[in-house]
Design a protein around this ligand. Structure first.
Ligand SMILES: NC(=O)c1ccc[n+]([C@@H]2O[C@H](COP(=O)([O-])OP(=O)(O)OC[C@H]3O[C@@H](n4cnc5c(N)ncnc54)[C@H](OP(=O)(O)O)[C@@H]3O)[C@@H](O)[C@H]2O)c1
Length: 251
């Protein structure tokens, strides 16, 4: 039902976890995918091999640190040269760093904001001139439940994900009518990011707070991302789609 044949999609942090699942689902829907990565080159290349088995579209992996403006410029220049344009940007790359307020570590604070906020802003800025020329231009940002209800001991992370929600709403009107901008806000997802936090008894504690009694898989998050980027969502912009198994956000 979702046919993205001819779509050109860039997923930041496509080498692992939620980003890799998004890359696979976009490829299954017929899109060509750039798997952007930083440290996990082998994993990114393995994802591209998988995508090539799924479809013959011109998939590729490109290394880029989303905190480095010059590298982002090179990334988008490569996209322009290879594909001549872009239809979808998924701002997914992120870090989740423990940083309690009373022991606030400035380096950790800066790293969190650089990857989770500055990166999406810089990628969006480079993507917009390409997305404007698309008939289906859209941006999907990955936020978090933490961006809405906060997260003790991870307040820089929570603040970064809250910033992405307000950026999503701001960009949705600033870039309309040519480009739609939405966000997906996951709760707990089983990835490298949460492997330690969901170990042992803590998994049961997390499950107890989720009405659907399951931890999301990366594929559970990829599905709404692909939906929001697809023509099925053509009248949706500025929306934050919570994908959290029914976890209560405030209260
Ligand atoms: N897992 C959860 O429970 C959960 C919940 C809510 C929201 N989220 C959000 O979902 C997104 C994906 O999370 P995940 O769980 O899939 O994380 P993950 O498995 O830890 O993967 C993180 C991805 O981000 C990339 N990345 C990190 N720093 C980067 C940088 N400076 N430049 C470019 N790429 C960079 C990594 O690339 P390399 O490995 O190649 O370096 C990797 O592909 C994040 O924005 C996260 O905050 C996750």
């Amino acid at each position: 039902m979702i046919d993205l044949s001819g779509f050109r999609v860039l997923v930041t942090g496509g080498s692992r976890g939620i980003g890799a699942a998004c890359c696979r689902l976009f490829a299954r829907a017929g899109a060509a995918v750039v798997v952007q990565y930083l440290a996990s080159g082998g994993k990114a290349r393995a994802v591209v091999e998988e995508l090539r088995r799924i479809s013959g579209a011109p998939h590729r992996a490109i290394r880029c640190d989303v905190t480095e403006p010059s590298q982002i410029e090179v990334l988008f220049r490569q996209v322009r040269e290879d594909w001549g344009g872009l239809d979808v940007l998924v701002n997914n790359a992120g870090v989740w760093i423990h940083d309690p307020l009373l022991q606030l570590d400035r380096t950790k604070l800066d790293a969190t904001l650089a990857v989770n906020v500055v990166g999406p802003f810089l990628c969006a800025r480079e993507a917009v001139p390409l997305l404007e020329r698309s008939e289906h231009g859209s941006i999907v940002n990955i936020s978090s439940t933490a961006g809405q209800r906060g997260e003790a001991y991870y307040s820089p992370y929570a603040a970064s994900k809250g910033a992405i929600i307000s950026a999503t709403k701001s960009w949705s009107t600033e870039l309309a009518p040519r480009i739609r901008v939405n966000a997906v806000a996951p709760g707990w997802v089983d990835t490298d990011m949460t492997a330690e936090a969901l170990g042992g008894d803590r998994r049961q504690e997390a499950l107890a707070a989720i009405p659907l009694r399951r931890i999301a898989t990366p594929e559970d998050i990829a599905a709404p991302v692909v939906f929001l980027a697809s023509p099925l969502a053509r009248h949706i912009t500025g929306e934050i789609l919570n994908v959290n198994g029914g976890s209560v956000l405030v209260g």
